[in-house]
Each structure stands twice: as C-alpha cells, then as structure tokens.
Design a protein around this ligand. Structure first.
Ligand code: NAP
Length: 520
C-alpha cells in the first residue's frame, strides 16, 4: 500500500488520516507516496516553533549553532546514497541529484564555517562601529542584531527538494530562528526522507525544524511581525503571498525567489575558434539539460551578436544532438524527466507560445528518442532550442518555459544587449562570456541593476568558475522585479535577514560592553 507522507510537527511524526492524493514517479508514472490534502493547524505549529525551539536556539551561541550545522552536514553526507535513489523518482539523473542533495548539504558546511569564523563567539552581532553623537563622546549609538523571536515559515518549489530546504534552513538556524518547512507537494517525499534523517540524528534542539507535508492552507493568517515568510516558486504564487493583507498588515518579513528569464551574453570578440565561444556553447548546453532545465537560474535567453547567431545555433544544436534523454537511473542518460506530466504540458504550452514569434531550431517536443523509458508514462521532453531573429518580439522576454528550453536572440551592440536583458524585467542571474575587457566592463555595469548575480566567464576563470546556474551560499541569490525582489542567500546577509537591527543609544560604558561581547 502506498504510504501517506507524515509531517514532523509539534515534536512528533504525524500521519494524516485523509485519503490524500498520489505523487507519481516522474519517469515511470508509478505511485511514490500520498500527500495529505488537509492542512494542519498552522497556528499550533508556528507557536510550537516560537515557544519550544526559539528560546532554546537563542540560548546557544553562534559558535554552538555553527557546530551543530557542521555535525548535521557530516551526518547527512554519510546518507547521500539513499537520498540519491529517491531523488531519481523526481526525474533527476545522478548528476542532477548531486546538485540538489550534495549541494544542499554543502550549504550547511558553508554556513557552519562562516558561523565559526565570522560571527561573535558570544554576545550580539554588531552592525558597524559605535558612532558618537555629541562632541564630548558621552553619548553614542551602536547598531546590533538580535534574532527575531518568531518562526521562519519556508515554502519551497518542487525542483530542489533538498537544497531548497537546506539553503533556507541553514541561515535561519545560524541566526537562532526555528524553521517550519512546507515543501512543494510534488517532490515532498524526498524532503521528508531528509528531515527524517535529520530528526533521527538528534542534533537539533526540538522544534528547530518542523516539516509540513500538506497544503499551505491558511498558514499566512497566523504570521506575525516577529515571523518570516520565505517563498520559492512561480511569480504568481509570490505575488499572491506578497499582497496578502496579513503580510502587509503585520509587516511580516517577506522574501520571494520567483521565476526568471535569465540571459547569457556572448561577447562580439568570442567568435568560433576562441575559448570563449566554446565556453559559451558548453555552458548553454549544460544549463539546458541539468535538471531537465527546471532551474530558476537556467539560461532562458541566449543573447549573441547578430554576426555569430548561425554559428552559435549550429554549435549548440550539434551538441544537443548527442544528449540522451531517458531513464534517470541509467548511466547512458544525460537528461532525465520533468517532474510530472502536468509540468510537461505547461512547458509544451510555453514552447507553443514562444513558437508564435520564434523558430524551433533544435528538437521536436512530439518526436524524440528515449533511452529505457516509456514516453507515455514519463514526463520526458528533448532539449529544445529556439531562435528569435526579431529581438523586438514579446514572448522570449516574458514567457518562462520551465524545462530544457532556451531561445537564441541576436543583439547589435553592447547597449542593445543591455536593453534586451532588461526586458526580462529583473532576473536572478546573467552571464557575460567574453575576453574583451571594455565590452565586459560596459555590459556588466549596465546589467547590474537588473540582476541579483552576474557571472563573467572567460579563459582565465573558466577552470575555477562554478558556472551560470549555481546559486552559492556565498553570493546573493535573488533578483529584482520579476525574480521576486528577494535575497535568499549571500553569506551573512541571509543570516541577518532573520534578525532585527536595533540602534542602541547610550553612554560609552554601555556601548563598549556591547562591542566587547559582539566581536568575532
Ligand atoms: P509554485 O506552483 O508557485 O509552488 C511553489 C510553492 O508554493 C509550493 O510549495 C506550493 O505548494 C506553494 N504554494 C502554491 N500556492 C500557494 C499559496 N497560495 N499559498 C502558499 N503556498 C502556495 O511553483 P513550483 O511549480 O513548485 O516551482 C516552479 C516555479 O518556481 C518556476 O516558475 C521557477 O522559476 C520558480 N523557482 C524559482 C526559484 C528561485 O530561486 N527563484 C527556484 C526554483 C523554482 P504545493 O506544491 O503544495 O502547491
């Protein structure tokens, strides 16, 4: 019998007794689990986090919380094999699973080491130095950070069931706030397994991490000004939550990571035969096929100088011809399945809209070869490359096909490339692939206001570059406008997001005492 996913709430695993709805294997269509259709009592869940875990977490120093994150990372690292096996059921290949599972565990280690190295061993976290207001220096101000006393409500998207949870949990925990995780239903079974192993480790103070495998229900109604709401998902979900009267009325700290029409720009200097041309093609192909293109950071718009458009199309098409699609468990496969059949239909519909203004230059969504898989039961699509020779078209700058889909668009000058990039209305990440310092300088500063992160790739940094699509715990992950206007990661920025900054005004002795406690 297919099991219903339990939630870990109020200090124990609880399995709802409603019939639930089935969650299907992305590649085979078999049942993996059932998920409840009945939301829990979110008021109770949030209160439990605030009252049971909050005080216990705030009792711990940054160093102690950092040590727990490190131990947790070590513990989970010994269990990755079983996570990878279950991850394949989301459609992920072995490489995809490493991005999600091992990448997520990596975030724990990064925050553990930042916590140990960059935060005070005891006392509050200071924001800058004390400033004296009066000439006699008998009265000054020192800004300090203290953890909010509520709970961090975290709503995640389906595409990163492990990383998505851990990248939100790690900074919240380091800051001293309890997390309530609501995974996307479609892949909640993998999040649930990881949380089960976390709970079994006994490393976390009780209530520091609760998991709700159920719909969002009325969770927003119970959030207060000491809580946070972080959401990763579509622009529509982010907008609905942002404009909820409770979020506005209680000034709930809100962070959204939404969808994004990220661009990658090939410099005019990067003609065929240059290392940058090859790097560009390689990166574009990688971003199209990793996680079957279901990455918020994937390259949706490939901007290339008009002179190289055909050559890039040929080179990318040539590489995509060798991409084997099919059973994600197979070693012979480069790209697995989309997460579900409805998701595949959404991508097909988006490609149809794009095709009204663009031409499909590689791949056919209705006819392609599959390795060891059933095209009717699995949510497969081939990589699809489009070309839009009219850069003034609407669809490529407004429609997100959340799958292995990218569109080539020609630009005529550096200013034109910036203008086209900005038509995405705000993106998580952009990249510039060029070895021409003048072009790079002009384009990077022009793109910056429209992006949360920018990668410059050339022959000099390619060896160590982490690539266009990798959100890193060290760097801001978020972007303006359509991308949600948030900053989910970014080192200490993500930690202090969970804390209140307060200006403490007073005499030198009081400020000196704070400073003495609050240094790393
Ligand atoms: P989604 O449908 O917006 O769902 C995201 C999450 O929000 C899920 O947990 C979902 O729960 C929940 N949700 C939906 N409606 C809600 C509501 N009214 N109130 C509270 N929660 C609600 O997005 P998705 O299909 O999972 O993910 C794909 C989208 O996410 C793409 O557009 C992609 O670009 C974006 N994404 C962005 C990032 C980023 O970092 N910027 C990362 C990954 C994905 P249920 O699953 O239970 O419905």
């Amino acid at each position: 019998m297919t099991r219903t996913l339990p939630s870990y709430i109020l200090g124990r695993w609880q399995t709802p007794d409603d019939a639930g709805r089935p969650l299907l294997d992305a590649a085979t269509g078999e049942d993996v689990a059932l998920i409840s259709t009945a939301p829990p009592d979110y008021r109770e869940v949030l209160d439990y986090g605030r009252t049971v875990a909050g005080p216990a977490l705030r009792e711990l120093s940054f160093a102690e919380r950092a040590k727990i994150l490190k131990d947790l990372g070590k513990q989970l690292s010994t269990q990755t094999e079983e996570f990878h096996v279950l991850s394949a059921r989301t459609g992920a290949t072995k490489r995809d699973s490493r991005v999600d599972v091992d990448g997520g565990i990596g975030v724990l280690f990064v925050y553990a080491s930042k916590g140990a190295r960059d935060l005070p061993t005891d006392g509050p976290l200071l924001d800058g130095e004390a400033e004296w207001i009066g000439k006699a220096k008998s009265f000054g101000v020192q800004h300090v950070y203290t953890p909010l006393t509520g709970a961090a409500m975290q709503i995640n998207a389906f595409n990163f069931p492990v990383w998505g949870m851990l990248e939100k949990f790690a900074p919240a925990f380091l800051a001293g706030m309890p997390s309530v995780v609501k995974p996307a239903s479609q892949t909640a079974y993998l999040t649930q397994l990881v949380v089960q192993r976390i709970v079994e480790s006994g490393l976390l103070p009780e209530g520091a991490l609760q998991l709700v495998c159920a719909p969002a229900g009325d969770l927003v109604d119970h959030l207060t000004g000491q809580d946070l709401l972080s959401v990763t998902g579509s622009a529509a979900t982010a907008a609905a939550l942002r404009t909820n009267p409770v979020i506005a009325g209680n000034a709930v700290r809100f962070n959204a990571e939404a969808d994004s029409l990220n661009c990658s720009i090939l410099g005019p200097d990067a003609t065929p035969g240059t290392p940058e041309f090859d790097l560009y093609v390689d990166q574009l192909v990688t971003e199209m096929i990793v996680k079957a293109g279901q990455k918020c950071t994937a390259i949706r718009r490939a901007l290339v100088s008009r002179a190289t458009l055909d050559e890039v199309a040929d080179a990318v098409g040539g590489r995509l011809r060798n991409v084997r699609v099919g059973n994600p468990d197979s070693d012979d496969v480069d790209m697995g399945a989309l997460v579900s059949l409805p998701q595949r239909e959404e991508v097909r519909a988006a490609v149809a809209t794009l095709s009204s203004e663009c031409q499909l230059v590689h791949g056919n969504p209705d006819s392609f070869e599959l390795v060891d898989a059933d095209p009717k039961r699995g949510a497969f699509l081939p990589p699809l490359l489009l070309c839009c020779t009219n850069p003034g078209a609407q669809a490529p700058h407004t429609v997100e096909a959340f799958g292995p889909v990218s569109t080539l668009i020609p630009y005529d000058s550096a200013a034109h490339a910036i203008e086209l990039a900005a038509r995405g209305a705000g993106s998580l990440v952009g990249s510039v692939v060029s070895h021409d310092g003048t072009f790079v300088g002009e384009v990077v500063l022009g793109l910056a206001p429209w992006h949360g992160r920018l990668l410059v790739l050339d022959r000099d940094d390619a060896g160590e570059s982490t690539g266009h699509g990798s959100a890193l715990p060290h760097a801001v992950h978020g972007g303006p406008g359509r991308a949600g206007g948030g900053e989910e990661l970014g080192g200490m920025r993500a930690v202090t997001h969970h804390m209140q900054r307060t200006a403490i005004q007073g005499p030198p002795a009081v400020l000196a005492n704070l400073s003495a406690q609050g240094r790393p």
